[in-house]
Design a binder for this molecule. Structure first.
Ligand SMILES: CC(C)(COP(=O)(O)OP(=O)(O)OC[C@H]1O[C@@H](n2cnc3c(N)ncnc32)[C@H](O)[C@@H]1O)[C@@H](O)C(=O)NCCC(=O)NCCS
Ligand SMILES: Nc1ncnc2c1ncn2[C@@H]1O[C@H](COP(=O)(O)OP(=O)(O)OP(=O)(O)O)[C@@H](O)[C@H]1O
Length: 273
């Protein structure tokens, strides 16, 4: 089964693409890291407790105000009110907040990884030819070598990204939006890094146009991905676990090598400046 990593930067269109891939004619299962990241910090989880204990003292509005809809003072399950996500966002995105963001990532990411592995294994045993891993921080958090193919959804014009982000999340101020964009790698760098993997292992979808154009672009790109990863190969991997292990290991080593070379080049470029 192909692990198709879907990434980009904030508001460049990953969720829009994952909806297209989950619908006919593709019907692919999607493991959505943002969705899982919400589940693992619901009241009553270990993630929730750790976030409240670390960020509570410095963030007075960390929990959503009590309302009838969210279950009042003690929340729906009696384990606390849900997190006030915009407030937590302000605590971790922005200049000088890298250490707090690291703490939050350290709490959330291991739990996200565990849940994502479970969902991937489930998709493998269902015999799908591919599973989409929708992971915004795929490159930043080292998931890249796991993916047989990576699809980066990118925009050439940074203004479009900002406009779409502000239109979708109207609770964000312009500064909030800028901080969020700046907390990730530049999406054009991600596109370049993706192309470095070669056509079989990396595709870039440019999403500066309208949604109809995006759909056409996806159809074009998916035709290439399907030729490179046919259904018979998915069945061969399912029926022959040693083949799956060898193929997975080869793909991992190749991707790791490309990642290493890229990092080396970037270091050399920095040293020249
Ligand atoms: C800070 C939080 C509470 C803000 O919640 P909010 O509902 O406003 O945003 P949401 O979770 O929908 O994320 C929106 C987008 O922000 C970006 N983003 C989220 N977390 C991070 C992060 N730690 N670093 C950089 N970008 C991030 C992603 O592009 C994501 O798609 C939330 O983003 C969070 O818990 N982040 C840490 C977990 C994480 O890294 N999630 C990303 C997928 S693993
Ligand atoms: N081609 C397009 N034309 C117009 N609007 C678009 C296009 N692609 C995406 N959008 C809109 O831009 C916004 C951001 O898209 P989307 O939510 O898919 O991004 P994302 O990369 O998943 O963001 P995040 O990282 O925050 O999860 C959404 O409101 C979406 O409807």
């Amino acid at each position: 089964m192909l692990l198709l990593g879907l990434t980009g930067s904030i508001a460049t269109g990953k969720s829009t693409v994952s909806e297209l891939l989950a619908a006919p004619p593709y019907n692919l299962p999607v493991v959505d890291a943002d969705k899982v990241a919400r589940q693992v910090v619901e009241p009553g989880t270990a993630g929730y407790e750790q976030i409240v204990s670390h960020f509570g003292p410095s963030t007075p509005d960390l929990l959503a105000p009590p309302t009838l809809e969210n279950g009042g003072e003690k929340g729906h399950n009696g384990k606390g009110r849900p997190l006030n996500r915009p407030a937590l966002g302000r605590a971790v995105f922005g200049a000088g907040k890298e250490a707090d963001r690291k703490v939050l990532n350290g709490i959330v990411h291991p739990a996200v990884r565990r849940e994502m592995y479970k969902q991937m294994i489930y998709a493998y045993f269902q015999g799908h030819w591919a599973v989409v891993l929708d992971v915004p921080l795929l490159f930043e958090s080292g998931w890249e070598p796991l993916c047989g193919t990576i699809m980066v959804v990118a925009v050439r014009d940074a203004k479009i990204q900002m406009q779409r982000l502000r239109a979708r999340d109207d609770h964000l101020t312009e500064e909030d939006a800028r901080n969020r964009v700046a907390s990730q790698w530049d999406v054009r760098d991600k596109a370049e890094r993706c192309m470095r993997r070669g056509e079989k292992a990396g595709v870039v979808v440019w999403n500066d146009g309208d949604k109809e154009e995006l759909r056409r672009e996806i159809d074009k790109v998916m035709a290439v991905v399907k030729v490179n990863h046919p259904q018979w190969w998915a069945w061969a991997l399912l029926l022959c676990p040693p083949l799956a292990a060898t193929s997975g290991a080869w793909s991992y080593v190749r991707s790791w090598w490309i990642k290493r070379q890229w990092e080396h080049e970037k270091q050399m470029e920095k040293a020249k400046l």
